[in-house]
Design a binder for this molecule. Structure first.
Ligand SMILES: Nc1nc2c(c(=O)[nH]1)N[C@H]1C(S)=C(S)[C@@H](COP(=O)(O)OP(=O)(O)OC[C@H]3O[C@@H](n4cnc5c(=O)[nH]c(N)nc54)[C@H](O)[C@@H]3O)O[C@H]1N2
Ligand SMILES: Nc1nc2c(c(=O)[nH]1)N[C@H]1C(S)=C(S)[C@@H](COP(=O)(O)OP(=O)(O)OC[C@H]3O[C@@H](n4cnc5c(=O)[nH]c(N)nc54)[C@H](O)[C@@H]3O)O[C@H]1N2
Ligand code: SF4
Ligand SMILES: [Mo]
Length: 737
């Protein structure tokens, strides 16, 4: 296959080292929070952009030199999210950019075992197209797939999903949002009729009862915890978590429930609320469906049964129900302790149901509020073209396909008429020989996917694996045939959507190293090389794509047709969706469902429930402990490809892998502090150092997810509705080494 000659021209244009940084958005010095700096350190100019780690979406002032290059940063004070605060990762956000293992050139392995060779972009594009096209010719268009991310810009996600599906003919594409938010998405869609987290962060400050389920806010969303600390109403802060986390320690009440007993707990609470008539009948009658069958279902969860299954005493249950009843503004928040489970969607809905039956939704300080993980997981939920068609549309709906085709000016036949397989099924497709080529963008599954051993063997089974990352040596890139070097956050333009639905701009304030290109531009080049560049002729810059996407959302619950350009977003300090045309311009915070109207055709919210299911990986005599995994510290990000490069962050967490275990269990097994242990599950084994602490309950142990081997242990079970992995409950045994 020959590449079109326009490609070389485009490559050299994109590579121009003197090309503009985002100058039109740069603000003058003295803008935000620079008062304390000594005169000789006052930067030439300052611009504000959103942090590229977590979905809190803090605003950071980036200080620039005369060439508009970043020299340092401070948290943005007037920004409505973080109000002048940042966590350690935010303060250190520029340090991953200058690492020596940045991918600076495309790399190719002619054979899997051979060392990777540096090649030019032209050659890389040719290999990419030749190999994927050959697989498609032999095995059909569906035999190649992609796995994306919640950590690149919405415009990039939209380009990737559209190029792959409309341009390259793929049907299957998913992303790491499956590991993270799929449960919340499935729960909201079924309960509310659209994936719509209803809150604004101001709700943290306006609640009088804050219930955090399976969320370690102090570590995972430290700035949101700071927002709780600003709450002037002396709120009850209730943490439901099997572990006594940093957040549980700081809360006013902690319920250390048995692992994965949440569903029973929330049904038991619903039962108590209903029995005592501590519910909002008026709200239920006007705005909910299926209340009677729900009440019948939860009647079986008596305080006795609930106490027995959750390990919470009957008195505590009653007192918790009473606290919910007495609260005028109760907000229910949840994160991965709920989303990552084998009955996760129904559990999330059990939380949603509590908010609905008590009328705690659509008012300040209330809500059934799933907190998002990655910086742009919310963008991927709307615009990645994976589980839904761009803009929250439906692939299987002919009207939606027609609308999207017309808006994008592409033939409607290009749009798949079926949904993509979810992540776990794409992997099953590799095992079955249906999927033979895979393109992985900005995610590191060889570390982060559940049951790592199988994942790695599947990567090696592929005929062709492409990894597109900012580093050339991630655990996943080590399996790749072709590595495409990507620019990082700070080296490109685009938008993110944070947890409270706030859309904001990120900007190019540094030059990508070597030949690395923004993911956006890599997708542009591939479109040209593949021969489908015509479909994307209007997709010339992230801002142009943003405008296309914004038009697509017309009349959707996420309608943002009132946002005209990046400058508008920038000046407003981000804008929450929805923002249809003629929206008032001066609102700093908005929550959904103030009118009690949901997105089902009858405008009611559904009370959805099910029977609790058996644990797919139960403890027994051979594997007597329950392993829980999650975030270890506010200085570590996931697979640590980025955070490992900051000496300051490295000082904030233990350098070795620590297994948390209760003193009673340690005594029984004769385990001493700081001794090496072997931890074995039905899937694999690893070694860790004993960290003896009463913060875990007897019978429970905990490992941070940041260590590369942790997912050798985890059990590959999934929620049947969301297909999200069950990362937080697997049976293990412990041995001294
Ligand atoms: N520092 C840092 N911050 C991050 C990230 C990071 O890697 N590092 N990642 C970001 C991302 S993508 C995400 S998704 C979020 C995750 O944010 P969180 O979900 O808050 O973090 P986790 O530690 O994974 O899990 C939260 C808690 O769930 C508890 N849990 C486990 N099993 C159960 C259970 O059965 N029931 C209940 N009720 N609780 C349970 C765990 O003990 C843990 O304390 O963090 C985001 N922020
Ligand atoms: N045991 C266990 N496992 C878990 C979890 C758990 O709680 N327990 N949590 C799960 C959750 S919630 C999540 S979200 C996942 C996260 O899992 P991953 O997505 O695999 O983790 P990251 O380390 O964030 O990987 C992001 C990758 O993208 C690269 N990258 C960063 N920026 C860019 C960019 O702009 N462009 C490109 N092309 N590449 C870029 C980084 O170098 C890195 O390799 O882990 C999941 N795994
Ligand atoms: S809380 Fe999240 S968004 Fe804010 S600075 Fe820390 S990592 Fe960045
Ligand atoms: Mo996540």
């Amino acid at each position: 296959m020959r590449l079109p000659t326009t490609i070389s021209k485009l490559i050299s244009k994109l590579r121009d080292p003197h090309g503009p940084l985002t100058e039109q958005l740069v603000r003058s010095p003295g803008g935000f929070g620079l008062g304390q700096l000594p005169k000789n350190q006052i930067p030439h100019a300052t611009t504000t952009m959103t942090c590229g780690y977590c979905a809190t979406g803090c605003g950071l002032n980036i200080h620039l030199d005369k060439q508009s290059r970043a020299t340092g940063l401070t948290p943005a004070t007037p920004y409505p999210v973080n109000l002048g605060m940042a966590c350690p990762k935010g303060w250190q956000a520029l340090s991953p950019l200058t690492a020596s293992n940045r991918a600076t050139q495309p790399l190719h392995r002619p054979q899997r075992s051979a060392p990777a060779q540096a090649i030019e972009w032209n050659a890389a594009l040719k290999i990419f197209c030749d190999r994927f096209k050959k697989i498609q010719q032999q095995h059909g268009a569906e035999s190649i797939a992609f796995l994306g991310t919640g950590q690149i810009c919405s415009e990039e996600l939209a380009y990737l999903g559209s190029l792959a599906k409309f341009g390259m003919g793929m049907i299957h594409g998913d992303g790491n949002t499956r590991q993270c938010m799929a449960t919340a998405v499935a729960a909201y869609k079924q309960s509310f009729g659209f994936d719509a987290p209803p809150y604004t962060y101001q709700d943290f400050e306006e609640s009088d009862v804050i219930i955090l389920s399976g969320s370690n806010l102090c570590i995972a969303h430290p700035i949101l915890w700071q927002r709780i600390l600003r709450n002037p109403h002396s709120p009850e802060i209730i943490v439901i978590d099997p572990r006594k986390t940093e957040t549980a320690n700081a809360a006013t009440q902690h319920f250390a429930i048995e692992a994965k007993s949440d569903l029973v707990l929330y049904y038991g609470l619903a039962n108590l609320l209903i029995q005592n008539q501590w519910i909002n009948n008026d709200f239920i009658q006007k705005h909910c469906s299926d209340f009677d069958t729900f009440a019948e279902h939860v009647a079986a969860f008596t305080p006795e049964i609930t106490a027995q299954r959750t390990g919470i005493s009957i008195e505590s249950l009653r007192s918790l129900a009473k606290t919910i009843h007495q609260g005028k503004r109760v907000s229910f928040w949840w994160t991965m302790g709920i989303n990552q489970g084998y009955e996760a969607t129904r559990t999330a809905q059990a939380i949603i149901n509590l908010a609905l039956i008590t009328g705690n939704i659509g008012r300040p300080g209330t809500g059934a509020n799933s907190i998002t993980g990655q910086c742009n997981a919310m963008g991927s939920r709307l615009f990645s073209n994976t589980t839904n068609l761009l803009g929250g549309h439906d692939f299987t709906n002919p009207e939606h396909r027609k609308k999207v085709a017309e808006q994008l000016d592409i033939p409607v036949e290009r749009i798949p008429t079926q949904n993509s397989d979810p992540y776990d099924q794409i992997l099953q497709g590799i095992e079955d020989g249906k999927i033979r080529g895979l393109w992985i963008i900005a995610t590191n599954p060889a570390h982060s996917w559940i049951n790592q051993k199988r994942l790695k063997s599947l990567l090696d089974k592929l005929d062709f694996l492409v990894v597109q990352d900012m580093y050339h040596d991630t655990h996943t890139a080590r399996h790749a045939d072709l590595i495409l070097p990507a620019a990082a956050w700070g080296e490109k333009d685009g938008t993110f959507i944070n947890s409270e639905r706030r859309i904001s701009v990120i900007k190019k304030v540094a030059q990508a190293p070597g030949q690395a290109l923004a993911d956006f531009h890599i997708f542009r080049l591939i479109a040209q090389a593949w021969g489908c560049g015509d479909l994307f002729k209007k997709w010339t810059s992230p801002e142009k794509v943003f405008q296309l996407l914004s038009k697509l959302t017309q009349n959707q619950p996420c309608d943002i047709t009132g946002i005209t350009d990046y400058q508008m977003l920038d000046q407003a300090g981000g804008i929450q969706w929805p923002y249809p045309q003629k929206s008032p311009s001066n609102e700093k915070h908005r929550r959904l469902f103030e009118d009690g109207r949901f997105h089902h055709s009858d405008k009611r919210a559904k009370l959805i429930f099910a029977d609790p299911q058996p644990d797919p990986d139960p403890c027994d005599d051979s594997f007597p402990f329950k392993l829980n995994t999650g975030r270890g510290s506010s200085a570590q990000w996931h697979t640590q490809t980025r955070t490992c490069h900051s000496p300051a962050l490295r000082k904030l967490h233990p350098s070795e892998l620590l297994l948390e275990l209760h003193p009673d269990d340690a005594r029984q097994l004769g385990i001493h502090p700081n001794t090496p242990l072997r931890i074995t599950s039905r899937q694999g084994k690893l070694t860790a150092t004993a960290f003896i602490t009463p913060n875990v309950s007897p019978g429970h142990v905990f490992l941070p997810m940041h260590h590369q081997h942790v997912n050798q242990l985890t059990h590959p079970s999934f929620d049947p509705h969301s297909h999200q992995p069950n990362y937080k409950s697997c049976a293990v045994k412990l041995e001294q080494i």
